[in-house]
Design a protein around this ligand. Sequence first.
Ligand SMILES: Cc1cc2nc3c(=O)[nH]c(=O)nc-3n(C[C@H](O)[C@H](O)[C@H](O)COP(=O)(O)OP(=O)(O)OC[C@H]3O[C@@H](n4cnc5c(N)ncnc54)[C@H](O)[C@@H]3O)c2cc1C
Length: 441
Amino acid sequence: MHHDKIDTDALVIGGGIAGLQAALDLADQGFRVLIVEKQPSIGGKMIGLSKVFPTLDCCSCICTPRMAEAEHHPNIAIMTYTEVRHVRREGDRFIADLVKKPRYVDEDKCTGCRLCEYACNTELPHEFEGDLGVRKAIYVPFSNAVPQVALLDLENCILCGRCEKVCPVGAIDFLQQPQETVVRAGTVVVATGYETIRTDFKKEYGQGRLPNVLGALQVERLLAPHGPYGRVLRPSDGKVPDSIAYVQCAGSRDRSAGVSYCSRVCCMYAIKQAMLLCGTLPLADITIYYMDIRAFGKGFEQFYQNAKAMGIEFVKAKVASITEDQQQNPIVRIEVIEEDGRVEQRQHDMAVLSLGLVPGWDPREVGLAAPAPDGFIRCTQPMIAPCRTPDEGVFVAGCAAGPKDIPDSIIEAGAAAMEAAAYLHEHTHVAGKETTTTCMK
Ligand SMILES: Cc1cc2nc3c(=O)[nH]c(=O)nc-3n(C[C@H](O)[C@H](O)[C@H](O)COP(=O)(O)OP(=O)(O)OC[C@H]3O[C@@H](n4cnc5c(N)ncnc54)[C@H](O)[C@@H]3O)c2cc1C
């Protein structure tokens, strides 16, 4: 196995919007930053969203420049497709052991031309499209991925050699091995984000087996201009849906799913998606089944009122179960909260679960302090220093500390960067100001 050593001021774990912002804020102050991202591209969940509440800005348009800025910043190095195995303290430095997984494509040679992808005949579900579209066995992760470098899924490759034949720069390398790197850093920022609870979390909601019951992140892709179908169609038969149901608190505030907290963004993203669906499917009926609407941020209440004015139906009800009829139309059984618990059944063409947010990572896996009881990174002084963790010199940003929206993740990333900068000044000899690093992708 190949071994490398990197010396840097700050190690940022996670290349979502929070990690990118923390890295940029540190790098702009002259610190050298290494971003480690486990996926083949930076961008996190944000780069997969369609538009954002409450402004309805195109997500790609506001996230891609951030990704490019980090990629081209002279003080930022990025390692994608890389996992952190262990973090330990040695004197005033942190030592992190990283493993870069093989892409089987030479990153220095690949130009992202996609000729390999066009030549490949093996089709597989596309993870970036929520498994709704297909990708090839060799593929660039998505159109605005950073870096624009192909990746070979060797497990599903039939080794036909077509990609190798068409690659104009000889970048395909079937023999590539994992690469170990040891990083010495003065501080660590954890920005590992969240996952949505799995669609099969509840047997009453079809356990992920009903094809027209989707998770909200899948609907973000259906609504994206460059999404899997290019328009909103239901997966089972490609029908344009006329009636769409949103099931709020799917997994959040639900002790049976192990998630007792409110996930904070589901009300707003459901309202956003409902508005976008009204725009793209003007004849469709959209119903949101909710317990409470939590529209607490700036401009959120007006956004909610606008949705009502657009004709979106809000029904204060708890969804007890979802089944399907013979045409695979979801049948939603509800208990109407406002009308003495009256039970009703309604048929829709498609149902969307507003899935709760759960932690993306357990810090104990790499030797850092145990998380809080909800599984997110523990903050030692949540009221006055919300970015500090039990590990001195390790700071947290974004959804790694708990569910939050993009503006709050960005604000917290700025705060984490300031705490990390102050820590570096106080505890280590900062060498970053006069040096630059190379981007390792
Ligand atoms: C359906 C849906 C719609 C949404 N719509 C909106 C919206 O319209 N407006 C809004 O403001 N917010 C919205 N949000 C919330 C938004 O997605 C989050 O606020 C934002 O993505 C948080 O960014 P983050 O960087 O903290 O986390 P993430 O985006 O989750 O990024 C974390 C990154 O860390 C990486 N990572 C994780 N573990 C490791 C590890 N061990 N090593 C290396 N890398 C690791 C992950 O691969 C990922 O790239 C929505 C959320 C959902 C679920």
